[in-house]
Design a protein around this ligand. Structure first.
Ligand code: MG
Length: 365
């Protein structure tokens, strides 16, 4: 069978001629031959399989640049790429599902976020930070109050001031009266204030795009307690965990170079843990023009325990050990002390900080 005109190939592949021209320009599906005289494109029937794969991947919603990568892989690797892509879509959908549920409640006037069975719940909390055994100064900052928990891990020459300033900028949230409907906006504004505070400290030559500058910045992981939910903002590689029914769930994603490689299936979680570049951040508060935190809402249950920590804890203490201590140490004060002692006993290579909040079990009347 000879070469097909773009019209015939479009029909056979169920892609439009317009799409075929675009995919040619992007190097995704170049025609077998282009007539040098009139520029007409001709396709080999053997290209149909690739064309159909492109069409299916488009239906999945995969971006064109990623489709090109998938098409260049062998079938087993391409299969893995599609699996990784879809896992990301589902994770993103889960975050948006929480947000949608929240908006539905808010718009239907239930405002169920603020109370549990009509009564606001209280939290018990504690926070502690330690310089560790290796670093000369402590660039972490940590805070716990009746509504706000926050951990910041500063880096660079002005890291300590950047982290402290970021948390200070959030403390106003302890006082503000916040309706459920305004919660996400309020948090977004608070992070913007924190970023501006960091900008005031690190030098003004931070590049646009918010990538970490050499002279400093900070991670920021913070939770605002509403009475029945934790609203979370997170940027960097500090972490938040939830201990529920004896299980420890990590509820943040590290904004690190190695996590991105794990998400893309290029390295395993085990390889990431010992990777030489594991501390390299792809997102942080640096005072740059853009700050792009993850934000989500977590419906709390009485008895839940939330744990925030810097990588001086999570990078040193194994998850299973974290779970064991977090579930057996007792009240928040004892728990933060024990967790920090654990990291220090393991060599304390970094500053180590954590904050713990327990959602109280309401008394029966
Ligand atoms: Mg650290």
């Amino acid at each position: 069978m000879g070469l097909l005109t773009i019209g015939a190939f479009a029909k056979a592949s169920r892609l439009s001629p317009k799409a075929l021209r675009l995919y040619d320009e992007l190097g995704l599906l170049p025609p077998a031959r282009v007539d040098p005289a009139n520029g007409y494109r001709f396709y080999d029937p053997a290209q149909l399989e690739r064309a159909r794969l492109v069409a299916w991947l488009r239906r999945l919603g995969m971006p064109l640049a990623r489709i090109r990568e998938v098409c260049e892989r062998t079938a087993p690797v391409a299969a893995e790429e599609v699996r990784v892509f879809w896992a990301g879509v589902e994770a993103d959908t889960a975050v948006r599902r929480d947000l949608a549920a929240f908006l539905i409640d808010h718009l239907s006037g239930k405002d169920s976020m603020m109370t549990h069975n009509g009564k606001p719940l209280a939290i018990r909390y504690a926070a502690l930070s330690d310089v560790g055994l290796v670093r000369e100064s402590n660039q972490d900052a940590v805070y716990a109050g009746s509504r706000l928990l926050a951990v910041a891990d500063g880096f660079g020459a002005e890291g300590a001031r950047a982290g402290a300033a970021a948390i200070d900028a959030l403390k106003r949230l302890e006082e503000e009266s916040i309706s459920a409907g305004s919660l996400l906006n309020v948090l977004g504004d608070a992070v913007e204030r924190a970023n501006q505070a960091v900008r005031g400290i690190v030098s003004s030559d931070t590049p646009a795009g918010g990538r970490p500058a050499a002279d400093g910045g900070t991670t920021l992981t913070a939770m605002l307690w509403t009475g029945s939910a934790m609203a979370l903002v997170h940027i960097g590689d500090s972490r938040a965990y939830l201990l529920r029914d004896g299980e420890l769930f990590r509820i943040t994603t590290d904004h690190t170079h190695v996590q991105a490689m794990v998400d893309e299936g290029r390295i395993t979680v085990e390889e990431a843990a010992s990777h030489p570049q594991r501390a390299l951040l792809v997102r942080a508060l640096t005072g740059g023009a853009e700050c792009d935190p993850d934000t989500h809402l977590h419906d709390a249950r009485p008895g839940d325990r939330y744990l925030l920590c810097s990588d001086g804890l999570s990078g040193v203490v194994a998850d299973e050990e974290l779970r064991r201590v977090a579930s057996t140490a007792g009240d928040p004060e004892r728990t933060v002390r024990e967790l920090i002692a654990l990291a220090v006993d393991l060599g304390g290579p970094d500053n180590v900080s954590c904050a713990v909040a327990d959602v109280a079990v309401p008394r029966e009347h």
